[in-house]
Design a protein around this ligand. Structure first.
Ligand SMILES: Cc1ncc(COP(=O)(O)O)c(C=O)c1O
Length: 396
C-alpha cells in the first residue's frame, strides 16, 4: 500500500484499499458491524486452506489440521497479548457466552448482571443458563452518558449486588455503539469479588485488546467483524483458575485432554476460518491499524453529523471523543421504530430502493441508526444515506 494519505477520510490510496474488498460497487455497505466483510487476499488465503483440505481430506484432518490450528491459535493469542494456555477459537461470540454461562457453575439464587446496551441473543443465552440453574438475569439500565465513558462504567456497576456472580459487559455495545471502560469495570468487579466476562464481539481490530493487562475472568471477541477474517472465527479467553471447569457445549474426542485441547476439535467441520485469522490480522496490519482506525473514527463521526443534520436529529449524549470508535448512532425522529421488525422495515426500504445496507434498531423503544465505517467506506456513501433516509422515514 502507498504512503499514508494526508486526508484520513478519502483520497486516491483509499480507492486502492476499497478495491481489495469484493463488495458490489452498487451497494453502500454501511453495516460492517453486523457481519463484517472479507477482503480478497483473505478470501484467497481461506480458499488455499480449503483446496489443501480437499486435495487430501483424511491427510488434512489427521496430519495437517492439528499443527496448523495450534500455530493459528498461538499467533492469534499473541495479537491479543493473551496467555496462549487460556485462549481457544470458537465459532462466534454467541458460542463463547453460551459456553461459559453453561459451565461456570451458576447456582440457585445467583445473579448474572448484563446492561441494557447488551446484545439481545446474549441476554437470551443468559436467561436460558440462569433458568437451568435457578439463577436470575439482572439487566442494569445504563443511561446515555452526558459526560465521559466512565459514566457508563459507574452506571453498570451500580447493578452489582451481593448475589451477583458474574457480570457480562460489552466492550463496544451493539445497539448504541458506545465504548465501555472495560478496564475500570473489570478492576472494580475484581475488588468486589464478582466474575467479569467482557463481551468484546466488536473489539478485536476496532480497538487495542491486551488481555494480559485487562485480566478478565472471561473474554470473547469476534475476528469476523473488525479484523475482517472469514465468518465463524472468534476467540474465548479464560483465566487460569476457571480453565478446568469451562468445557465446550459439544463433547468430542479431545474432551479428556484439558481446556485448550478440548476446544480444538468439536467434530467434523470446516476449521478454515480459524486457520485464516492470522492472515486477516496481517492483511489489516499492512493497511496500517492506526491509519484504518483514524479513517474509521473520522468517517463514522462525519457520517453521523451529516445524517443528523439531514434528518434534524440532535445527539442526546456526550460527544466525548472516547465514546465512539468505528461505529456511531443517530437517534431517529418520531416513534416509527420501536421494535426489531420496524427497524428491519426501514433497513429493507434502504436496501431495496437505494442499495444501502444500514442497521436500524430499537433501543429503549426508540429508533436508532447504527452507522459503521470500515476502510472500504467513503464519505459519499453517508451522503447517499442521508438523502435516502429522508425518503424512507415515515413522513419523508
Ligand atoms: C456485543 C455483541 N455480542 C455478541 C454478538 C454476537 O456475535 P456473533 O453473531 O458473532 O456470535 C454481537 C454481534 O453483533 C455483539 O454486537
Amino acid at each position: 500500500m502507498g504512503a499514508p494519505t494526508q486526508n484520513p477520510l478519502w483520497g486516491p490510496d483509499w480507492l486502492q484499499v476499497r478495491a481489495m474488498w469484493p463488495i458490489d460497487p452498487a451497494i453502500a455497505h454501511l453495516n460492517h458491524g453486523s457481519f463484517g466483510a472479507v477482503p480478497v487476499p483473505v478470501i484467497e488465503a481461506q480458499d488455499r486452506w480449503r483446496r489443501k483440505m480437499e486435495s487430501d481430506p483424511t491427510g488434512f484432518f489427521w496430519w495437517v489440521l492439528p499443527d496448523a490450528l495450534e500455530e493459528a491459535r498461538r499467533a492469534t493469542a499473541g495479537f491479543l497479548e493473551a496467555d496462549p494456555d487460556g485462549f481457544v477459537f470458537v465459532a462466534n461470540a454467541t458460542t463463547a457466552v453460551n459456553t461459559v454461562l453453561r459451565s461456570v457453575g451458576l447456582r440457585r439464587g445467583d445473579q448474572v448482571l448484563l446492561s441494557d446496551h447488551g446484545y439481545g441473543a446474549i441476554r437470551l443465552a443468559a436467561e436460558r443458563a440462569c433458568g437451568l440453574a435457578g439463577a436470575e438475569v439482572v439487566v442494569q439500565p445504563v443511561p446515555l452518558p452526558r459526560g465521559g465513558p466512565n459514566e457508563l462504567g459507574d452506571a453498570f456497576l451500580a447493578g452489582v449486588t451481593e448475589r451477583t456472580r458474574i457480570a457480562v459487559v460489552d466492550h463496544i455495545a451493539s445497539p448504541t455503539a458506545m465504548v465501555f471502560p472495560v478496564g475500570h469495570i473489570v478492576r472494580r468487579l475484581r475488588e468486589v469479588g464478582v466474575l467479569s466476562f467482557v463481551d468484546g464481539a466488536h473489539a478485536p481490530g476496532m480497538v487495542d485488546v491486551n488481555l494480559g493487562s485487562l485480566a478478565p475472568d472471561f473474554w470473547t471477541g469476534n475476528f469476523h467483524k473488525w479484523c475482517c477474517a472469514p465468518r465463524g472465527a472468534a476467540g474465548l479467553y479464560v483465566a487460569p483458575e476457571h480453565r478446568e471447569r469451562i468445557v465446550p457445549l459439544v463433547t468430542s474426542w479431545n474432551a479428556p485432554e484439558g481446556f485448550v485441547s478440548s476446544f480444538g476439535y468439536l467434530g467434523t467441520d470446516d476449521y478454515t476460518p480459524y486457520l485464516t485469522v492470522p492472515t486477516a490480522i496481517e492483511f489489516m496490519g499492512t493497511l496500517g491499524w492506526e491509519r484504518v482506525r483514524t479513517h474509521n473514527r473520522a468517517l463514522s463521526r462525519m457520517g453521523g453529523d451529516m445524517i443528523r443534520e439531514a434528518i434534524d436529529s440532535k445527539p442526546e449524549w456526550s460527544v466525548d471523543e472516547g465514546l465512539f470508535e468505528a461505529m456511531t448512532i443517530v437517534a431517529l425522529p418520531g416513534t416509527a421504530v420501536r421494535t426489531m421488525d420496524e427497524g428491519k422495515d426501514v433497513s429493507r426500504r434502504l436496501a431495496e430502493r437505494f442499495g444501502i445496507e444500514a442497521a436500524v434498531f430499537p433501543w429503549r423503544e426508540r429508533g436508532f441508526l447504527r452507522l459503521s465505517a470500515q476502510a472500504y467506506n467513503a464519505p459519499a456513501e453517508y451522503e447517499r444515506l442521508a438523502h435516502a433516509l429522508r425518503e424512507v422515514l415515515p413522513g419523508g
